[in-house]
Design a protein around this ligand. Structure first.
Ligand SMILES: [Mg+2]
Length: 299
């Protein structure tokens, strides 16, 4: 029996799933989409949430750092808004034309004999649009996106009768959003010894939180011990490592703590990790080789 287990382990390919981030991982940062997303988020905060322009850079930075996405941070500190409207505003007018079909990546992906799943913080419409522009929409088994991770979210934004009050939310800790007070995160971090322990929680589930990654793995029935996770964000790579995934940092040529591999571009996949293509060969060997496994199955 022990021999049988060992035999199986030796024959089994190391990975049976590849989990891919999308933005800045399957296409390069130089496409300009990330910069456009940031600009749109900032416009949304000014135009829709009435946040003072001078505070936007600090606020964006703190929210992103502490909550994973600016959206998750905005919700945590007390802003309430319609998630779909936010996504439409931020992603609806991106320069998708900058994303060109990528036949090289497409053939790499299609030649890989392993499950492939997209795992993105973006909403479904944006994820599908980006994949279509890249010509990769049929290369993946599924997409884990904002809606998958936040299936029961409620849109409670006051976009009708409360509009004036909503748009008037311009000033720091004393401003309110409906009946909720806005948490002054800039003020919080300007205090000496301020840490993240006193911060309000966000209702939004997103990377890099470990519980988000664990939820995604559960949803797609993925075993972290047998999965390779591709990401351009170092923080997300490190969270992935903590939940047991093997990791590939994309867009950098140097490995960092938590990254098992580093790829300057996803196009270098075959050169950097050729063993991914060996799953086919290994399967053939185990079918055609001597088969001590059968004897014990009958018992
Ligand atoms: Mg990314």
């Amino acid at each position: 029996m022990e021999y049988e287990d060992r035999y199986r382990q030796v024959q089994r390919p190391k990975y049976d799933c590849l989990l891919f981030d999308l933005d800045d991982t399957l296409y390069p940062l130089s496409s300009g989409l990330a910069a456009a997303v940031l600009k749109n988020i900032q416009d949304y905060m000014i135009e829709k949430l009435g946040i003072e322009e001078s505070k936007i850079p600090d606020l964006c930075n703190l929210l992103y750092k502490n909550y994973g996405t600016t959206m998750a941070g905005l919700r945590a500190i007390g802003y309430d808004f319609d998630y779909d409207e936010y996504h439409r505003f931020v992603h609806g007018r991106l320069p998708y034309e900058n994303l060109k079909p990528d036949p090289v990546l497409r053939s790499l992906l299609l030649s890989l004999p392993i499950r492939k799943v997209i795992f993105t913080n973006a909403d479904k419409v944006q994820a599908i649009k980006a994949l279509r522009h890249l010509g990769l929409e049929d290369c993946f088994e599924g997409i884990i996106c904002f809606e998958t991770l936040n299936p029961t979210h409620k849109n409670t934004a006051s976009d009708d009768e409360d509009d004036m009050e909503f748009l008037g939310l311009t000033r720091s800790s004393s401003v309110t959003n409906g009946s909720c007070e806005i948490f002054d995160i800039i003020g919080h971090f300007s205090q000496p010894d301020a840490g993240s322990s006193g911060l309000p929680k966000t209702p939004i589930v997103c990377k890099p939180s470990e519980s988000c990654i664990e939820r995604a793995l559960k949803i797609a029935n993925i075993d972290p011990q047998r999965t390779l996770f591709f990401e351009d964000s170092i923080r997300k790579i490190q969270s992935g490592k903590r939940v047991g995934l093997d990791t590939v940092l994309v867009g950098k040529s140097q490995r960092v703590k938590g990254a098992d591999y580093a790829l300057e571009s996803i196009h270098n996949l075959r050169e950097a990790i050729p063993e991914l293509w060996e799953a086919d060969k290994i399967a053939e060997v185990s079918y055609s080789g001597v088969n001590p496994v059968e004897t014990s199955v009958t018992a």
